[in-house]
Design a protein around this ligand. Sequence first.
Ligand code: UDP
Length: 235
Amino acid sequence: MEPKYKRILLKLSGEALAGDKKQGLDYDVVCAICSSIKQVHDLGVQVAIVVGGGNFWRGRSSEKMERTRADHMGMLATVINSLALADALEQMDVDVRVQTAISMQAIAEPYIRNRAVRHLEKGRVVIFGCGTGNPFFSTDTASTLRAAEIDADIIFKATMVDGVYTSDPVKNPDAVKYDTLTFAEVLNKDLAVMDSTAASMCKDNNIPILVFSIEDPQNIVRAACGESIGTMVQK
Ligand code: UDP
């Protein structure tokens, strides 16, 4: 199999790591996802990862807590997920570095753009923890920011649905999946691809996003080889 991309930014939702429990970590699921990441890595693709934290804590959904503190907790949740992914990948003999946007140097490297690029060039998977390091942002925005910084070819948004639909397919059985979309359509139709900050950043920086389901982790390999799965969003 020939990869289509040289450098990808894989965005994993926190929920993707929880399996059927929907909360916390299911290590078998983590290992299945990492096994697909390893396959993509072994094809020679440079892989950077941003992982969410929703399987532990989502600051924006915490109603009673002060938002900034709630977001700090959400960013810490992303670090737990980053470390779990790093552990599983290392056990598969993949070289990994975790870099966090908020310094916690006993646990991970601080985020340094040039160092991250160097790791990728040396064939190391780089996992970015703590999102952007700022409250009021999401890990989708962090994915866009890091993808722009490291000049990734594309963002793979691996999520719980198999693409972008005209409306929520869980609530509306008549919802139809898009194969392709433009960023303008995503923004104008307010489609639930990612939050509007992240979507407009992708638009402004011309970074395509492929949205697909992680329920079958092999989709990461299919996506890397350019198979038409999910929904492609581009200019
Ligand atoms: N978060 C934040 N700043 C960031 C990224 C994330 O404050 O740059 C916090 C925010 O509280 C968010 C939580 O971390 O709800 C987990 O991230 P997200 O909700 O994006 O995770 P996902 O839904 O992808 O699992």
